[in-house]
Design a protein around this ligand. Structure first.
Ligand SMILES: Cc1cc2nc3c(=O)[nH]c(=O)nc-3n(C[C@H](O)[C@H](O)[C@H](O)COP(=O)(O)O)c2cc1C
Length: 188
């Protein structure tokens, strides 16, 4: 083995090996302070590769993502959210849209479910790349529609801020497994 391969191996061992999926999930948190720093295109490409590979009902892949990075446009989009001064600083605000008005046999709309799965892929991939993310459901769709030029027939499902964090992860508050899971029949 070449010296380079040994070095790479040694570095990997020092780091404790690659993160497991659970470690990555534990690392993700809602980042609510961002550095005004551009996200490298290679990182955005990996983030959207993770979105592209997400599952979707009937494999329709009817999600569309508008990545807002321009300062003025970001400000316009952020203004419609509950934390304008925070989200306008993020390297990107992703406007996650759906082209689908379909409903599954179970009665649930396909659009929000498919887009949400892809968005969480985005959040986890961004976390692995050392970026912070925050889901944003508190926004005014018509303001975002205008700022990002989203056509009337397309549904804006959620926004997601992505960028270099300027805060630290706080401990997540979560219910115990026993409170949310039971086996075989409803026992809550
Ligand atoms: C669908 C959805 C919408 C959300 N909307 C907002 C939002 O508008 N603004 C915000 O600051 N956080 C928002 N959040 C973040 C949640 O508040 C956060 O995920 C939750 O408090 C758990 O904290 P954690 O993500 O740090 O683990 C949203 C999360 C989800 C999943």
């Amino acid at each position: 083995m070449s010296g380079f391969v040994w070095l790479a191996l040694w570095l990997e061992i020092q780091k404790g090996g690659p993160m497991t999926i659970l470690e990555l999930i534990r690392k993700r948190y809602s980042c609510r302070a961002y550095q005004e720093r551009k996200i490298e295109q290679e990182k955005l490409d990996l983030i959207f590769e993770a979105a592209r590979l997400a599952p979707s009902a009937k494999n329709a892949q009817d999600w569309r993502f508008v990545v807002v990075t321009d300062k003025g446009k970001k400000e316009a989009v952020a203004k419609s959210t509950n934390r304008p001064e925070v989200f306008e600083k993020a390297g990107a605000i992703i406007v996650a849209c759906s082209n689908s008005g379909d409903v599954m046999r179970c009665g649930q709309a396909i659009g929000p479910i498919d887009v949400s799965i892809a968005l969480e892929h985005i959040a986890l991939q961004a976390t692995e790349l050392g970026l912070g993310t925050c889901w944003i459901g508190s926004f005014e769709p018509e303001i975002v529609r205008k700022a990002a030029g989203i056509p009337e027939n397309v549904t804006i499902i959620e926004l997601m801020a992505v960028g270099y964090a300027a805060d630290k992860q706080k401990e997540a508050s979560r219910e115990a497994i026993g409170k949310i899971v039971c086996y075989e029949k409803w026992q809550f």
